[in-house]
Design a protein. Structure first.
Length: 249
């Protein structure tokens, strides 16, 4: 029997990860308030029908991220948000529709700010890099058409590079680094979006959206650039049946 060397295994979330997310949601929603104690280990074991080891793994993860303070011999206490050490974005596979929509909304805020800052910086070096990226995207799109709509994953990689270059061009190192973090966390979302736009025959539209964003940046048209970025992300969300409101109205 021939082995499939290209098979990709998907690991199901560990029980401790699932419990950590459920408890974190309770904390974020205020069901367990700042300064309040978590239920005892015994109660949590009973609630989720798991062992103490799994409960301790879950609370240990939340302690590490700064959501809980755990002292020996005492129940875990919810910390103030200012004390939290980590900014967490759950894996794409763990998101519900509401979280999915909020990620797109978050991208609008981050990427519109990035494109505006890039224009204000008028950084010719990053503008030239962005131009080269767009030219490469044009080449992969033409190849896609010539090969009778055969998907080219290099197009998706260039898509990510395009948005990252705008963040780099903003001149803000925190925005740059956060975009790297965000793109890594939503890589599966980007891949799914890419597959959907190929299936729906929307690659031409997306390519034109990237060109429009670049043209607005090159023309130093701040208003148009932000509008192009918003429409670009809006259309990506619509491919997943998510409607976004224009937060800049």
């Amino acid at each position: 029997m021939t082995k499939n060397t290209h098979a990709k295994l998907v690991r199901a979330p560990k029980l401790s990860e699932q419990i950590a997310k459920l408890l974190m949601n309770e904390i974020m929603e205020g069901s367990i308030g700042v300064g309040e104690q978590l239920p005892s280990e015994v109660d949590l074991c009973s609630r989720y029908d798991v062992s103490r080891t799994i409960v301790r793994e879950a609370t240990g993860r939340l302690e590490y991220d700064g959501f809980l303070e755990v002292k020996r011999g005492r129940r875990a206490v919810v910390t103030h948000p200012a004390h939290r050490k980590a900014f967490r974005i759950e894996k794409f596979s763990s998101m519900d529709t509401s979280e999915f929509a909020q990620i797109y909304q978050f991208r609008v805020i981050i990427e519109c700010a990035a494109v505006s800052m890039m224009i204000k910086n008028t950084n010719k070096e990053w503008l030239e890099k962005l131009k080269i990226c767009v030219e490469k995207m044009n080449g992969t799109y033409l190849q896609y058409v010539e090969e009778v709509n055969q998907p080219n994953l290099h197009e998706m990689e260039l898509n990510v590079e395009f948005h990252q270059l705008i963040a780099e061009g903003s001149g803000n190192k925190f925005l740059r680094d956060f975009m790297l973090f965000l793109n890594d966390k939503i890589s599966n979302m980007l891949l799914l979006d890419f597959k959907k736009l190929i299936k729906q025959g929307a690659l031409k539209t997306v390519h034109e959206e990237h060109v429009a964003i670049f043209n607005a940046i090159e023309a130093e048209d701040n208003v148009s650039a932000k509008e192009c970025v918003f429409n670009h992300i809006l259309n990506a969300a619509r491919r997943h049946n998510i409607e976004l409101e224009n937060i800049f109205d």
